[in-house]
Design a protein around this ligand. Structure first.
Ligand SMILES: C[S@@+](CC[C@H](N)C(=O)[O-])C[C@H]1O[C@@H](n2cnc3c(N)ncnc32)[C@H](O)[C@@H]1O
Length: 220
């Protein structure tokens, strides 16, 4: 009952004052939670490609807080160009403009994260620009300058075709922690067997296989 009233009130505020919240478009966010939980010796460096309203990033940061509360200076990078660009939903649905990944969504997402998530570092670039410019890692400024060049959790949820996912994997294979978990979304939108074969060759093991997400673990 209370939840229903709360939801109604939130919808009212949203329609009246354009107040939005961190939301998601997927049912399997617990795979991200369990990925963070598995980390034996967490380093605190995670990355999400494709943010939308931020639920994937929120789940990752919340899981660090829940399972590794003593870890200081957790750094999560969220990468997304927004800007109403043509989007690749799947191998068969490329260059689509039927979405709302706008610059207004970006501004709303930033307001929501700024309130409570100091771990969150937003990078307003697409994957191609980011990989070209930050081949040697990404600088974070907090007291000192630190180049983050290893990531232990990566959520791949940007462009959903084989070519782009391959490009993304190639970058993160060069930036592995001793224990690293890759989580992929929308695995039915491209030939996922090819990704599985590639990761198996690189000594990753598939640890979860859901309806839309799948996760793989690497142990040095
Ligand atoms: C499916 S949504 C992400 C959903 C989000 N991870 C969540 O859990 O709610 C895809 C996002 O990818 C972003 N995107 C589009 N092209 C991109 C690119 N080249 N690199 C990174 N992100 C991209 C879109 O702007 C959009 O916000």
């Amino acid at each position: 009952m209370f939840r229903k009233i709360k939801k109604k009130y939130q919808n009212f505020l949203k329609s009246k004052f354009l107040i939005t919240q961190i939301e998601g478009d997927n049912e399997e966010y617990e795979i991200l939670d369990r990925a963070v939980k598995r980390l034996k010796n967490p380093q605190g460096f995670s990355f999400e490609i494709g943010i939308r309203r931020g639920m994937g990033s929120k789940k990752i940061i919340d899981a660090y807080r829940k399972y590794h509360p003593k870890l200081k200076n957790v750094i999560h990078i969220g990468l997304d160009p927004y800007g109403s660009l043509p989007y690749i939903f799947s191998e068969d649905r490329k260059n689509s403009l039927e979405h709302n990944y706008t610059n207004l969504m970006k501004r709303e997402m930033l307001i929501n994260f700024s309130k409570k998530y100091q771990e969150y570092n937003f990078v307003n670039l697409d994957t191609h620009e980011f990989f070209k410019r930050f081949r040697d890692g990404y600088p974070i400024y907090s007291g000192t300058k630190k180049i983050i060049d290893k990531f232990e959790i990566v959520h791949f949820d940007g462009l959903h075709d084989l070519e782009n996912v391959n490009l993304e994997i190639n970058y993160f294979l060069d930036h592995l922690c001793p224990q690293t978990i890759f989580v992929f979304d929308d695995i039915s939108s491209f030939d996922f067997d090819k990704i599985r074969d590639k990761l198996t060759e690189k000594k990753f093991k598939e640890i979860e296989f859901g309806k839309t997400k799948s996760s793989f673990e690497y142990f040095e």
